[in-house]
Design a protein around this ligand. Structure first.
Ligand code: MSP
Length: 539
């Protein structure tokens, strides 16, 4: 992991804590890839990043899943957690903390938090009646049900009737404070459409929600009344606080919140927006703690145009995808081809076309042929192509490169990963055009060596810059490009390069050292062929 100076600015972000009712699917992978890309970008900028991911392990849904496999709940959770950890490894996710809601330290944090809210008088006992979706772990309004008994999200799952005593959280008390938060922090909920959704929901009036269950064993006992267990969402949201504890420190709120609170960004899917943008800040307000800076709700993935789901029988197995195409290709497809925030579709043909066009052709062939020419004409050294006064003629690349940092930073900061990729690709495309226009082979024949040097230098440097800015998304490919350009850089392990050079300067154009020894060209990405698919990763 990157080492950073102790005075580096902090950036802390989270993925949701995933349910462990089953092995991870591509929806969970999607949020995590996005979080990892942003975390990596922030690290490049010199931030001390803490990326938190983890698992949400309590509640009826997990209790039933364990029972169906005839496993003890904890053993079931441990088995599924191992799958998440394995997938993050294969997808090259650089997370810093893995938050498990069954951790003993989490129990201590949850109890202390509960006592604070209890002490505020925000918890009371009452009767809960209503329709419950176990898959959502959420009560549903009767008017939202499909065919009177099915959940609108889990359309194959029947809701269940509940009529029982529960402890309730006084959400209604926080309506105006929440509305003031949304006004004071217009960026609190993103994108804009999700913000409007939340504002609209809150303006209709908030109802208290139940935070305990009487017939669920798999959960923390309610501190004030052990006949109840805590509602899984109350416990799960606090799972963003526990991993802030340093491993050796006492598990209490003061220690957990001493360093990185409030969290800068919660990345979530749109289905769990209400929990994060309404319930969570209200819980924190009750406990008199600062609220997070930003919540971003992304869209849903579909496959070949259809909603993905186990009941629909068309889930996409992320392990198989990575085995078949490699981590970088999977990361690139989902972050480039789907506008983050919108729903998006996975299509095999589009996957292949995108990777071949952008990575194999625009970037890969470009590097390959330019390195080939550098070997042929300049014995494999980076040629002297920098113009001392910056006076480049008929050469769009230096200016484009100089502008790239600002554009790409804006894109990453607004989580517009697709835009970041297009901005970066644009310079690769400009390089290809520039080579075709300049025809270096003709320059060589005509003996125009100064010009030839400038062309090759400009292209090599632009490819380096593209690789640098793409590294949060395709770290493996970016490392391969850097290595062929003669750097000993591995974007998965930036400690060394931070020590060797002020790596931040690599975001500017013109840093490739003249005279650096270039490696022999190797394809950075093998073209994907349709025949390689053979349908084996789709069921
Ligand atoms: N356990 C809760 C989160 C608690 S956070 C304190 C949960 N878990 S989940 O495993 O069901 O979902 C985790 C994330 O995966 C959610 O952000 C959800 O939006 C996302 N996705 C699940 N299916 C998805 C798609 N088909 N497409 C994109 N993301 C989807 O909710």
């Amino acid at each position: 992991m990157t080492s950073v100076a102790s005075n580096s600015p902090l950036f802390t972000l989270t993925t949701p804590l995933y349910y462990v009712n089953d092995v991870p699917h591509v929806g969970s992978a999607y949020t995590t890839m996005a979080a990892d890309a942003l975390g990596r970008f922030k690290r490049l900028q010199g931030y001390s990043v803490l990326l938190i991911t983890g698992t949400d392990e309590h509640g009826l849904k997990i209790q039933r899943a364990a029972k169906s496999t005839e496993c003890e709940p904890q053993a079931h959770c441990d088995r599924i957690v191992a799958q998440f950890i394995e997938l993050w490894k294969r997808l090259n996710i650089n997370y810093d903390r893995f938050s498990r809601t069954t951790a003993p330290s989490h129990k201590a944090i949850v109890e202390e938090f509960f006592q604070r809210v209890w002490g505020k008088g925000d918890i009371y006992l009452s009767q809960q009646t209503g329709w419950y979706c176990v898959s959502c772990e959420e009560f549903k309004e009767e008017r939202d049900l499909i065919h009177e008994k099915y959940c609108p999200i889990h359309t194959q799952k029947q809701v269940e009737w509940r009529d029982e005593q529960n402890y309730f959280f006084r959400l209604s008390r926080y309506q105006s404070q929440l509305e003031a938060l949304y006004q004071a922090q217009p960026d609190f909920i993103q994108p804009e459409a999700r913000r409007n959704e939340v504002l609209n929901f809150v303006s209709q009036g908030l109802q208290d929600f139940s935070i305990s269950r009487v017939n669920v064993d798999w959960g923390f006992p309610v501190p004030a009344d052990p006949n109840h267990t805590l509602y899984v969402w109350f416990d799960a949201l606090l799972g963003y606080i526990t991993p802030l504890l340093d491993p050796e420190s006492e598990p209490n709120l003061a220690n957990a919140l001493s360093n990185r609170w409030p969290i800068n960004l919660h990345l979530i899917g749109k289905d769990i927006l209400r929990f994060h943008a309404v319930y969570w800040p209200a819980m924190l307000m009750s406990a008199e703690l600062p609220t997070p800076e930003r919540i971003f709700g992304h869209g849903f993935l579909t496959k070949e145009g259809r909603k993905m789901g186990k009941t629909e029988g068309n889930t996409l197995n992320p392990f198989q995808l990575v085995d078949q195409f490699g981590a970088d290709a999977v990361r690139y497809y989902f972050l480039k081809e789907i506008e983050f925030g919108q729903d998006g579709d996975y299509r095999e043909d589009r996957f292949i076309n995108t990777l071949n066009a952008d990575i194999a052709n625009d970037l890969g062939n470009l590097l390959n042929r330019t390195l080939g020419m550098a070997h042929k004409y300049f014995a494999g050294y980076v040629p002297q192509g920098l113009q001392p006064s910056g006076s480049y003629q008929d050469n769009p690349l230096p200016e484009m490169g100089a502008r790239l940092k600002e554009r790409v930073t804006r894109a990453y900061d607004t989580l517009a990963f697709s835009k970041a990729c297009s901005e970066i690709l644009a310079i690769a495309q400009a390089c290809n055009k520039y080579i075709d226009d300049q025809a270096p082979w003709a320059l060589y024949k005509q003996g125009k060596l100064d010009r030839l040097q400038e062309v090759l230098y400009s292209v090599l440097e632009s490819v380096r810059l593209a690789a640098y800015f793409l590294s949060p998304i395709v770290p493996g490919i970016s490392s391969a490009i850097y290595q062929q350009l003669g750097y000993g850089v591995d974007f998965d392990n930036l400690v060394n390069c931070l020590e060797v050079a002020p790596f931040k300067d690599h975001s500017c154009w013109g840093v490739l050292p003249v005279g650096q020894v270039l490696a022999k060209p190797q394809p950075i990405f093998q073209r994907l062929e349709s025949s390689a698919l053979d349908g084996s990763h789709s069921e």
